[in-house]
Design a protein. Sequence first.
Length: 316
Amino acid sequence: MRRGDGHVASVAKVRAKFTQADVRAAVAGLRGSVSFQAPLREYTSFKIGGPADVVVEPVDIEDVCLVVRQARAHKIPLFVLGGTNLLVRDGGIRGIVVNLARLRGIKEEPGSVLYAEGGVGMPTLIGYAIRHSLAGLEWAAGIPGTVAGCVVMNAGTKLGEMKDSIKAICMVNMKGQVVELEAAQIRFEYRRALLPRGIVVGVWLQLKQGVRSEIERVVKDYLRYRRDTQPLAMPSAGCVFKNPPNDSAGRLIEEANLKGVRVGGAEVSMKHANFMVNRGRASAADVTALIRKVRSAIRRRAGVHLELELKIVGKA
Ligand SMILES: Cc1cc2nc3c(=O)[nH]c(=O)nc-3n(C[C@H](O)[C@H](O)[C@H](O)COP(=O)(O)OP(=O)(O)OC[C@H]3O[C@@H](n4cnc5c(N)ncnc54)[C@H](O)[C@@H]3O)c2cc1C
């Protein structure tokens, strides 16, 4: 299997041009929901994003295999989203957007292992772990993404990272076949996993037996910390920039007095300088202009190039 960056599940050979009829043929026969010309702002935590040719929500792994095989046969590009680390540009995404919201099964396996389908939200998974007294995911309290998105991004906080808990993953590769990868076969870096191209549809997490009240206490403390320090009441996509080595992007932005700076409806959060918030009507162009402004100020002031943690996708 070819090693990609694991982010865009694109079919190997896509057509530069395709018609709505090609797209319709590629999603024919799916048992899950199919929405044509779907506005992606409805699928992103930023509440920003133009339309997708089609958004599909497969009902199970077989349905995922079918859409991948058909997209390949018709050479239509595929993109997968959970939607919480993304800025979708105003022109939207051409081709098929896959959302795994209906793949939300969780089961406990022997040896304190949890299997979660790819579309399970991290908050739901943590709730399940608490109810079953399973420790190990407390670090992720308050991360809103799907468990699959958290694998692909190697999501993390100062308390831990996704890679610390992964035992194995289940993917649908770009031929539409189900494959499993052990954690040892995957290279994890800061905020990314180097995965073969494909769609992560399930994850086995190695947790440990803990004391429910203690797990709950750590989760609640961390959620309180987030509420106190992050602009959770406003649409955002989490941290915009990666932390530079041995430094903090938020600190650099705050020291440059950029909190509250706006372009159109996009603003550098007053509460957390590494968050940008949508004040209601921000376009993706507003956010990208604000990103440029912050980056050039930090480059001038501190000589540091801020790398994006946020993924920017789609057409301008
Ligand atoms: C308020 C807030 C707080 C946040 N806090 C944190 C934090 O503390 N730490 C942190 O790391 N992140 C944080 N995030 C960002 C985000 O929740 C994580 O990056 C999360 O891992 C993204 O998951 P997602 O399902 O939304 O994926 P998306 O954002 O939709 O996608 C991210 C990338 O993964 C790919 N992808 C998604 N699903 C799949 C799949 N099933 N198969 C293959 N590729 C896939 C997408 O194509 C994209 O390239 C925060 C976001 C918000 C809004």
